[in-house]
Design a protein around this ligand. Structure first.
Ligand code: ADP
Ligand code: MG
Length: 703
């Protein structure tokens, strides 16, 4: 092909744009012609469906058009929220729209503007009936109606100075000029197999759907045009992952460990329990990987408390039996300390050495650890991301274990791996997401699932109490402690100012000590404390010398105290769902009945209520993760920026999980049968991939 499509042309050189508008488009992350063509409308409007205000139905999501009559800004008395109130009118009636904490909207709307609002209709009766929408989607309607009168109209995200309407006009021009030249990228075989629209047609249709297109499908992102672009996006994503994986497993030779050493057996003899079948299975999957002369890249997924740490310890012992060192990286210092304390007991009993490295160590102490690591006198080094510092040099690093992977970026992982010559990698995560999603998010990894909890654990009773019932919760804690158990009370760290939050935890601690539980041993634990102090408190708590631990969220991951049976969470409405689930996982680790008591204070947001409800309804981490995904949406849930994957524009990993599965299979097959995509048919795929994954395929060669 001699002609190549100008995907990369800077938008400022496109007709009707120019430098000023290009500058505005860049705020919407549109830099090139390609970005613009793929700037998918977030909504479609069937203008024939516009309702008169008088005919709106409460409880339905509807769209109206009207003229701005009044704009005002007020503040709620208690929580100091700013409210912008806009009243619009059409010939039939008035509608009040309210936005919370978006005071800039006060200047966006001007009296006399024509606007469209789309949102959930509410009725209120204060004396008379009023019609309202809270935080509706909005658009200013310009007077020129040429495009705007199309039956189905695309609505785009706007930026200040560039309205949806203007973006629509620009796209109309750009498509008129380029649409029929857009080259096909998918092989014919796939187009036919999945009955996909040709690319040029899909792009045309996604912006300007034909009149008969089903508006409901369009708005759900399920129209034929959407399906085609979603398929592309996921296919390319999976092709990238397939290449990455191929590069890793075929190119990267690693250490072939002997896996029949003595230490894992000795450990099993030390344990007061036997491994669950799931732990055994996962450990044998790890052994199979480690014994091969290729690098292991394995993710261990399992709900809180399923015993991932123990499986990791078994693997660490395999490395030690082969005279290799292990680095274990934890996301928080508390967790690193916790791992250190619990693993030390086992490792010392087996005659192995373990050290802890943290950022706040004194220089002398740190130097001692570093020299043990460099000389090979340290079998296992545990720490936070302090481990990736230059000064940390291993004699013979053979295994890297990363706990709670989602807290780290890919880069940190790679930096740590580079401290050894092809060390094996084991990642532990308590986020139980569906298999295909996991394989996508951690596309270059193999997956093992521990889908079983140790026996004898009874499900944790979870209850929700409102703030006015606090005393009751405290009394309950007191009776549990009388029975010889221990309890946590967690206070959130969510305020903008950490200081204020800390103050809240400290105050709670003080009133507990002096008023609520004067006869108990209470301690306070928070992130700002010195390490020795934290270590001292945790040891005392573990030994049962402390009855009640008041903590900020530092206990979130990993603390393991089998005798603790109560997890009370103050201001539970402020925590994220997975955080709540993690916190709950801190109890229920022994054989006694355990309790998670959530104390919530009004006001509670709609999402807050959903989170609390989910917690009460299920202890199944898988269901929790699904609910969390659906509340937060995939972007926030996965933090895709961290994951080292290109961002998705059309596809939604939850909604499109079926397409994801198909696309994954096809992509992996394609990469398998077309070598490095160097043939003619693969060329467009490869080009697309290179544009989408700008730079990110380098991982192929670094890892
Ligand atoms: P995770 O890291 O998966 O949240 P841990 O490895 O911290 O879980 O284990 C939780 C608790 O369960 C620890 O006290 C651990 O000693 C214990 N445990 C692990 N495996 C078993 C088992 N097979 N039987 C009984 N208890 C176990
Ligand atoms: Mg753990």
């Amino acid at each position: 092909m001699s002609f190549s499509f100008p995907w990369q042309t800077d938008v400022q050189y496109l007709k009707g744009i120019g430098p000023k508008r290009a500058f505005l488009l860049k705020k919407l992350h549109i830099h090139t012609l390609e970005d613009l063509l793929y700037f998918v409308p977030f909504r479609y409007e069937d203008r024939a469906e516009l309702k008169k205000i008088a005919h709106l139905t409460a409880g339905k999501t509807e769209t109206v058009e009207g003229e701005v009559m009044a704009v005002s800004l007020s503040e709620t008395p208690r929580r100091r929220m700013k409210i912008v109130d806009v009243t619009i009118s059409d010939a039939s009636g008035l509608l009040h729209a309210k936005w919370f904490n978006q005071h800039y909207l006060k200047n966006y709307f001007k009296k006399g503007d024509r606007v469209m609002f789309s949102g959930l209709v509410k009725e209120n009766y204060f004396g008379s009936r009023t019609i309202e929408m809270e935080n509706p989607r909005y658009e200013r309607v310009e007077t020129d109606k040429a495009l705007h009168m199309d039956r189905i109209v695309p609505v785009y995200h706007e930026t200040k100075g560039f309205t949806s309407k203007q973006i629509r006009s620009v796209l109309k021009q750009v498509l008129a000029r380029y649409a029929d030249q857009i080259p096909e990228i998918l092989p014919l075989l796939l187009l036919e197999r999945y009955r996909l629209l040709p690319l040029f047609e899909a792009i045309q249709q996604i912006h300007f759907p034909e009149k008969e297109t089903d508006i409901i499908l369009l708005n759900q992102g399920r129209s034929p045009a959407h399906r085609r672009l979603i398929f592309d996006e996921l296919f390319i994503l999976q092709t990238g992952l397939a290449l990455r994986k191929k590069g890793m497993s075929e190119k990267v030779s690693g250490i072939a460990f002997k896996v029949n050493g003595l230490s894992p057996h000795s450990l099993k003899k030390l344990l007061p329990f036997s491994l669950t079948a799931a732990q055994e299975r996962v450990f044998s999957e790890i052994c199979a990987d480690m014994s091969k002369p290729f690098v292991m890249n394995r993710l261990i997924q399992g709900d809180v408390g399923c015993g991932k740490t123990l499986v990791a310890l078994m693997s660490i012992l395999v490395a030690i039996d082969n005279a290799r060192q292990t680095a274990l990286m934890a996301p928080t210092e508390i967790l690193a300390v916790q791992h250190y304390l619990s693993l030390k007991a086992y490792l010392h009993a087996l005659g192995k050495s373990v050290f802890l490295l943290t950022s706040d160590m004194r220089k002398k102490e740190k130097d001692e650890v570093l020299s043990a690591v460099a000389s090979g006198n340290c079998d296992l080094l545990i720490g936070t991301h302090a481990l990736i510092q230059k000064a940390v040099v291993f004699k013979n690093l053979g295994l890297v274990v990363v706990d709670e992977q989602h807290k780290f970026g890919v880069l940190q992982r790679v930096t740590l791996l580079k401290k050894g010559r092809q060390p094996e990698l084991l990642i532990l995560t308590a986020t139980p997401i569906p298999r295909t999603l996991a394989l996508t998010l951690y596309g270059d990894l193999s997956l093992s699932v521990i889908d079983e909890l140790p026996p004898g654990r009874s499900p944790i009773h979870t209850r929700l109490h409102y703030g006015n019932k606090r005393e009751g919760v405290y009394r309950f804690i007191a009776t549990e402690i009388q029975k010889g158990r221990q309890a946590f009370v967690v206070c959130p760290l969510v305020d903008i100012s950490e200081k204020l939050d800390l103050k809240a935890a400290v105050e709670r601690f003080e009133t507990f000590k002096t008023e609520v539980f004067p006869n108990l041993n209470i301690a306070l634990l928070h992130g700002k404390m010195k390490r020795d102090e934290k270590e001292k408190i945790m040891t005392a708590f573990r030994e049962g010398k402390i009855n009640l631990l008041v903590a900020t969220t530092v206990v979130e991951v990993g603390i393991d105290i089998p005798n603790a049976t109560v997890m009370a969470i103050e201001h539970a409405e402020r925590f994220g769902l997975s955080q709540l689930h993690q916190l709950r996982g801190r109890v229920g680790r022994g054989s006694e009945q355990s309790y998670c008591l959530m104390i919530a204070d009004y006001p509670i947001s709609k999402e807050g209520k959903r989170r609390l409800k989910a917690m009460v309804q299920t202890t199944d981490g898988f269901k929790i993760a699904e609910e969390d995904l659906s509340i937060r949406g995939p972007g926030e849930f996965f933090g895709t920026k961290q994951s080292g994957l290109p961002s998705l524009h059309v596809a939604n990993l939850i909604r499109d999980v079926k397409i994801l599965e198909v696309a994954r299979k096809e992509a992996f097959d394609w990469v398998e049968t077309h070598a490095m995509l160097e043939d003619v048919e693969s060329r467009p795929i490869r080009d697309f991939l290179e544009r989408k994954w700008r730079g990110k395929l380098e991982w192929l060669s670094i890892a």
